[in-house]
Write a protein that binds this ligand. Structure first.
Ligand code: IVH
Length: 682
């Protein structure tokens, strides 16, 4: 946008609207990525962002250069210009244990006069990002510079402007000629994960860790790309322009916070034991912090004493970094064990020569899947680097191929399930191998049971959760069919963990009622891989009854809407496994039944090709949104979560909110509950 051009009243209004939306989006980005405490739903957030994008697309000339959307208008920079720091940006010395720290404090004391000895220290988190200096003239942000070599850095002003939690105007600093604030730019963990997830989907660049992602983003020459990266700035010092009455580091940070900066946790301590116990508690909390830290920084709190102590060539004498234990270690892979998950996935677990990583002993690592083993080219006997961050499951990040012993062999997938001995398959296009034991494999039965009784499946209230698992663990229920024989053990159940007659009666009534179900619920309940609620509805609609579905060929299954080859094969194989058929027969023998489905020829479906959105509460019918969705799908409609210009109709119940407004503004047809009920013939 050309800043010099005079804007007319209408344009000014649009810019004001854009600015208001930018502030709002930034605020929520900050709440989500920095504070880890979003205050609006994802949907509402998307609406806000969309409104901004819509405005920017309509008025590209008015697009603001610091917009947090992708459509920023500024051209990429040819390169960054070099800027010399007024005051060098120093690094920090390191200590690794309590003894080193005691020695650091002793050195500080040695240099202080008697009256100043044993000063207060202020302890901060050592944020794992990049040091950046920000300059403000009379309260207005003018320049952002990287640390560079400490003397000269790169001018990244354009990119800094797009960081959501950096204030661009400091109302409380209008009277300060030059204010220099330094701090760390980092990428919070949530944002990093999202960025990598999106990059994987679009085959873009995947970053190894949040620090690299932050560095890569800050050095983006195109500010439009940088604007879309979830970065945050944490201030840790005032290097020019600090009001004179502020005489401690802790007070300087409190002031920074007051004038609009984000600062991280601060603690005041007066001796080494206090630092040590804080250090240990921070290590405990490390994995639950929204960003990565690699230690703590211990600073003499009194600013006057800081300048008295001065600095060495590269580091201050008044501060040091107390580093955390390394999160990566090297060890040997002794074996690979294949484990069967609750849904039948077969995952390889690496058994390691035990090693200390991130302060704990690690002897197992996840190797994810056979594809990952091949990608890493790892074999039993290899030397490997292991990374463990907080509570995260340790993983192999590198294989030292040069150190590979001679007699190793490539790893292959086991042919049979280690738990039930059923054949193992690796469906085409999938990463995880599966045990074909399904309803029969003990490792999978527990999950199958929980799924079977769940609300959208057989909906057996009062049996879900704890009791079902308990029955399973005590061998009372093994397969889903056993649920319908529970009444035969009524006397035992009443005494089971003091369950009592009333609860047992309720449970048995619910089980009895669930026998009368629908075909689609039943198909969903038996837990065929790849068959969710919608596929189950489509299969029920298409085949009308269970027998033709069980007999269907792969080609016949592929003819069902939304069923591709992979799912068709999964369904076909499910019904070819004898143990699955036995369980299904047992269920029917126990009395589970449904009405035959009235089939509607698919090209006659009245809402075929339409996309509907549901909002508000359906008061008149008391119908849940899930039920309404099922009704619409049965008529051929697709049901989506958000309104766009492509939406065919919005079903609006009572208290419809932003979706209704959006539909109206886009001219999307709005259907009220009465009309909907007539449509479904209710
Ligand atoms: S104070 C002269 N405080 O650590 C004092 N640095 O290893 C220098 N860092 O370049 C910085 N969190 O990028 C300070 N709370 C914190 C910090 C911090 C992270 C980084 C900073 C610095 C590096 C030195």
């Amino acid at each position: 946008m050309n800043a010099n051009k005079k804007l007319d009243a209408e344009q000014q209004e649009i810019v004001a609207k854009m600015r208001a939306l930018i502030t709002e989006v930034r605020k929520h980005n900050n709440a989500y990525y920095v504070m880890d405490a979003p205050t609006i739903s994802d949907n509402e957030y998307d609406q806000l962002r969309l409104s901004l994008i819509e405005l920017e697309e309509r008025y590209p000339d008015l697009t603001q250069s610091d917009s947090p959307t992708a459509s920023v208008g500024d051209d990429p920079l040819p390169s960054f210009s070099q800027v010399k720091h007024d005051i060098p940006m120093l690094s920090l010395g390191n200590v690794f244990n309590k003894d080193d720290l005691t020695e650091f404090m002793r050195r500080v004391n040695d240099r202080l006069n008697d009256k100043d000895k044993n000063p207060s220290y202020e302890v901060e988190l050592k944020l794992d990002g990049l040091a950046v200096s920000l300059k403000y003239h009379k309260g207005y942000f003018v320049r952002g510079v990287t640390r560079g070599d400490g003397q000269t850095g790169e001018d990244i002003t354009q990119n800094v402007r797009t960081i959501n939690n950096i204030p661009l105007v400091l109302e409380q600093a209008f009277d300060i000629d030059v204010l220099e604030v330094r701090g760390e730019v980092l990428m919070p963990k949530a944002g990093f994960e999202r960025l990598n997830r999106e990059a994987k989907q679009s085959e873009g660049k995947v970053f190894a860790n949040p620090r690299n992602a932050a560095a890569g983003s800050l050095r983006q020459l195109d500010p439009a790309v940088a604007a879309n990266r979830p970065l945050a700035f944490y201030a840790y010092s005032v290097n020019q322009g600090l009001p004179e009455h502020i005489t401690q580091q802790s007070a300087a940070l409190a002031w920074l916070k007051e004038i609009g900066f984000t600062v991280s946790a601060v603690k005041l301590v007066s001796n080494v034991d206090q630092v040590q116990s804080y250090y240990e508690s921070v290590i405990e909390a490390r994995s639950s912090l929204p960003f990565e830290i690699d230690g703590m920084v211990i600073k003499v709190d009194d600013l006057q004493l800081q300048s008295q102590l001065g600095h060495l060539s590269r580091e201050p004498r008044w501060a040091t970094a107390y580093k955390f234990p390394a999160e990566t270690a090297i060890t040997k892979l002794n074996a690979i064990e294949w484990q069967v998950g609750r849904t039948g996935q077969i995952t390889p677990v690496g058994k390691l020569e035990p090693v200390q990583v991130g302060g704990v002993t690690v002897s197992n690592v996840t190797l994810h899947n056979i594809g990952e083993i091949q990608r890493l080219d790892v074999r039993v006997g290899d030397t490997v680097s292991v990374h463990r961050a907080g509570d995260v499951i340790p993983k192999v990040t590198r294989v030292w191929h040069d150190l590979r012993p001679e007699d190793t062999e490539p790893v292959t997938l086991p042919e049979h399930c280690p738990v039930c001995d059923s054949p193992v398959v690796l469906p085409e296009g999938e990463a995880l191998a599966r045990c074909t034991g399904e309803l029969f494999c003990p490792a999978q039965q527990q999950e199958a049971l929980i799924h079977f009784v769940s609300r959208k499946a057989m909906d057996i209230e009062g049996l879900g959760g704890r009791w079902l698992i308990s029955f399973f663990e005590h061998g009372i229920v093994k397969t889903v069919a056993d649920i319908y024989h529970l009444h035969e053990h009524k006397a035992d159940l009443v005494n089971f963990e003091k369950l009592g007659e009333k609860s047992v009666n309720n449970m048995l009534t619910a089980i009895e009622q669930s026998k009368n179900t629908t075909l689609s619920r039943f198909i969903y309940a038996i837990g065929i891989k790849g068959v969710g609620e919608t596929n189950a509805q489509n299969l029920a609609q298409h085949f009308g009854d269970l027998a033709p579905l069980m007999e269907a060929s792969i080609e016949a299954l592929e003819a069902v809407p939304d069923i591709g080859t992979i799912t068709a094969e999964l369904i076909y194989n499910f019904f070819r496994a004898e143990h699955n058929v036995e369980v299904i027969e047992a269920l029917q023998q126990a009395g589970v039944h449904w009405d035959k489905v009235e089939q509607v020829a698919s090209d006659n479906l009245p809402l075929e090709g339409q996309t509907w959105v549901i909002t508000g509460t359906l008061v008149e019918s008391g119908m849940s949104r899930d039920d309404a969705k099922a009704e619409l799908q049965a008529l051929g409609a697709k049901v989506s979560g958000s309104v766009s210009a492509k939406t065919s109709a919005l079903l609006a119940g009572e208290k419809a909110g932003s979706k209704l407004t959006k539909a109206e503004s886009l001219g999307v047809r709005v259907v009220l509950e009465k009309e909907f009920l007539a449509l479904i013939g209710a």
